[in-house]
Design a protein around this ligand. Structure first.
Ligand SMILES: C[S@@+](CC[C@H](N)C(=O)[O-])C[C@H]1O[C@@H](n2cnc3c(N)ncnc32)[C@H](O)[C@@H]1O
Length: 344
């Protein structure tokens, strides 16, 4: 049995001590985009090798199965539809897979496509681990979205989901999605559905937040995260992965991983160590994002939103020859998964 991950309420006392009124960030009214031109061109240049399991996206391919494990662990703790510990339905039923997913910063679709594969092809299917009913995947890189969509079409089962609208790719930024201005790249009219108010049961953000610039007076990783939280419906999960800003992570992700071939596994410039985010920092941003609520302004209900949320964080370590493994406590070393469940 793997050790149980850390899941606990967000630390509300620390949140209440935050000097919110002195902060200069705004959220919903910020006119700028979170997309950095240099990050965009860096990732777009990797598009043609995105699906090569030995190429520059190798680490993402290797980590992908663990994302499903982590999501399954979150769902085992809390069911976003009912916000109670999950109890499997004994029979096949459409209720078994009701969850609508949004994948932010999907790149060439490694996670999005694997999640689409878990969407049942019939409405009476057995419950799947992810309980996915649909997925919308967005990325600001046009080149990557095209690669993602072309790859998805190679699998008839996944292509059927594209055609039915249960799976869709959109070439847009999160801000554009929120503003409803996205350029949709989909073969269907319907599209994968959010809830009526445009929010999702499950929002995923894998290896993206460490690529968001901190622009004084503009969007920062913190305000970006607040926008991600806005896309989660009450009782839903925001789940992600990123890298802590530590000496081991500098050594592993910057020095070794970006070393010249044959030592390095990712192109130089993939990561900027100063943009890595420590778990405590991220938890603080989540608290403030919840406090700010839907309109980006700290509200009276904010403290309650923090109290009703829960936080989960677990480190992941790569073992050569074995692969990535969840290792409790290693979140302070480097790579880690994190999740926040919004209160109802
Ligand atoms: C390291 S890749 C991760 C791709 C994918 N999430 C995965 O893990 O397989 C980072 C992705 O974030 C996207 N990205 C960068 N800035 C973004 C932003 N402001 N909003 C959304 N996505 C962004 C990039 O285009 C790129 O596809």
């Amino acid at each position: 049995m793997p050790p149980r991950p850390t899941i606990h309420p967000l630390r509300t006392l620390r949140t209440l001590a935050l000097p919110l009124q002195t902060r200069t960030h705004t959220t919903s009214t910020t006119p700028s985009t979170s997309v950095s031109a240099s990050e965009l061109s860096h990732f777009s240049a990797l598009a043609n090798s995105w699906w090569d399991p030995q190429g520059p996206s190798r680490a993402l391919h290797l980590m992908n199965p663990l994302r499903h494990d982590f999501i399954a662990g979150c769902l085992a703790e809390f069911d976003p539809i009912r916000s109670v510990p999950s109890t499997p339905s004994p029979r096949s039923s459409p209720e078994n897979n009701p969850l609508r997913y949004l994948d932010i910063g999907c790149g060439g679709g490694i996670f999005a496509e694997s999640l689409a594969r878990t969407i049942p092809s019939t409405r009476s299917a057995e419950r799947t681990r992810t309980r996915a009913a649909s997925i919308t995947a967005i990325d600001p890189s046009k080149t990557l979205v095209k690669i993602a969509r072309d790859h998805a079409r190679l699998d008839p089962g996944v292509e059927a989901h594209l055609r039915s609208g249960r799976f869709e790719y959109r070439n847009c930024s999160l801000e554009e999605l929120i503003a409803g201005q996205s350029a949709t790249i989909t073969t269907t009219e319907a599209g994968a559905s959010s809830t009526k108010d445009g929010r999702y049961d499950m929002v995923t953000l894998f290896e993206v937040i460490e690529h968001i610039d901190n622009i004084p007076g503009g969007i920062s990783p913190q305000t970006f995260l607040t926008n991600c939280l806005r896309m989660v419906k009450p009782g839903g999960w925001l789940i992600g992965s990123t890298i802590a800003r530590t000496f081991p992570s500098w050594l592993v992700n910057q020095v070794i991983a970006e070393a010249p071939w044959p030592i390095g596994v990712v192109p130089k410039g993939t990561h900027e160590w100063s943009k890595f985010v420590n778990p405590g920092e991220l938890e603080g941003w989540v608290q403030e994002g919840l406090m700010r609520g839907e309109d980006g302004v700290v509200s009276r209900g904010g403290t309650r939103a923090v109290e009703k949320a829960s936080w989960r964080c677990e480190g992941v370590v790569y073992f050569p020859g074995v692969g990535w493994r969840l290792v409790k406590g290693s979140e302070t070393w480097g790579n880690y998964f994190w999740a926040v469940k919004k209160g109802e």
